[in-house]
Design a protein around this ligand. Structure first.
Ligand SMILES: [Zn+2]
Length: 274
C-alpha cells in the first residue's frame, strides 16, 4: 500500500513537471498542442461544428482550426462546441500558468519611457495600422508546417517579462529578442504572406508582419532593411530583411512576436526543443 502511494506520488510529480496538462477534446474534435499561457493548439473538426473559445468564434477551414492562449490566460477557459445549431457542449480547458521575469531598465531618456505629446498622433495611427493587419483571417494554413528560428543569436529577451522602465511599470514584453549584429539575415520562420512592411514605425522601427493564416501572424521589429513587400508570399527560411536597432531599441536585435489575432503567443514555445 505504502509502495503504491509512493509510486502514485511520483507519477503526480512527473505530471506536474510537464508544460501543460492534457485536455481531452470533445466529440467531433481532435487536437494537439500546448495548453499553456502563450501556447498554440491546432486541431481537426468534423463538418458542421462551430467552436468558440472565450466567446470568440474559432475559424474552421478544410476541417482544421487553430487557437492560442495569452500571457495572462486564466487557469480555466471556456470552449464551446456546437454541432449543426444544436445545444452546445461546454468544456473547461485547463491552462498551465507560466512564470515571467521582471525586467528593470533604468536610466532611459524620459522621452523613450513616455513619448512626447507631438508623436502621440503618429503612434495612434501606427497602432491602428498594426491592429488592422492582425485582424486578418485568411484561408492559408502555413502555421501547420512548424517553425524555425528567424535569426541566429543569443536570446536577449523573453516573452512575458514585466518591464519596469525608469521605475514605471509598462506593458509586458511579448517578443522573443534575438541579439545579432546589424545586417544579420532575418528569415521567415514559417511561410505566409507579408501584410505589413514599414521602414520607420515609432516604437518598432523597420517592421514586417507576416500572415500565416487563420489569425496566426508574426511580427519582426527594429529591422535595418526590409527585403519584401506587402502582398508578397514568402517561404519558410526565405530572407525578409536584416537585423537592426531602429525604432525604440537599446541595441541591435530582432524582436519576434507571434499572435493569434490579438492574443500574444510565446514564440519560443513554437520552436523545436533543443
Ligand atoms: Zn523585444
Amino acid at each position: 500500500m505504502k509502495r503504491w502511494l509512493a509510486a502514485g506520488l511520483l507519477v503526480l510529480l512527473a505530471g506536474a513537471a510537464q508544460a501543460a496538462e492534457p485536455n481531452r477534446a470533445p466529440a467531433g474534435l481532435t487536437w494537439q498542442g500546448d495548453f499553456s499561457q502563450g501556447g498554440l493548439v491546432t486541431g481537426e473538426a468534423e463538418p458542421g461544428i462551430l467552436i468558440k473559445l472565450n466567446e470568440r468564434i474559432v475559424p474552421v477551414r478544410n476541417g482544421r482550426f487553430v487557437f492560442g492562449f495569452g500571457r495572462d490566460e486564466p487557469a480555466s477557459v471556456a470552449l464551446t462546441v456546437t454541432r449543426d445549431g444544436a445545444k452546445g457542449e461546454l468544456v473547461m480547458l485547463r491552462i498551465a500558468p507560466q512564470k515571467y521575469d521582471i525586467q528593470r531598465i533604468d536610466g532611459l531618456p524620459p522621452a523613450q519611457v513616455t513619448p512626447p505629446p507631438a508623436v502621440l498622433e503618429r503612434i495612434k495611427r501606427e497602432n491602428e495600422m498594426i491592429a488592422a493587419a492582425r485582424q486578418r483571417s485568411s484561408a492559408m494554413q502555413d502555421f501547420l508546417q512548424g517553425w524555425i528560428w528567424p535569426a541566429k543569436g543569443p536570446v536577449s529577451g523573453v516573452y512575458g517579462s514585466q518591464r519596469i522602465l525608469n521605475g514605471e511599470p509598462r506593458t509586458p514584453h511579448y517578443g522573443l529578442d534575438i541579439a545579432a549584429p546589424v545586417g544579420s539575415p532575418v528569415v521567415a520562420p514559417a511561410a505566409g504572406e507579408v501584410v505589413l512592411a514599414e521602414k520607420d514605425i515609432y516604437f518598432t522601427g523597420g517592421t514586417i508582419l507576416i500572415d500565416h493564416g487563420m489569425g496566426i501572424n508574426s511580427a519582426y521589429s527594429h529591422l535595418q532593411t526590409l527585403t519584401v513587400k506587402v502582398g508578397q508570399r514568402v517561404k519558410q527560411g526565405e530572407q525578409i530583411g536584416t537585423v537592426g536597432a531602429t525604432g525604440r531599441a537599446t541595441g541591435p536585435h530582432l524582436d519576434w512576436r507571434v499572435n493569434w489575432f490579438d492574443v500574444r503567443l510565446d514564440p519560443q514555445r513554437l520552436l523545436p526543443k533543443e
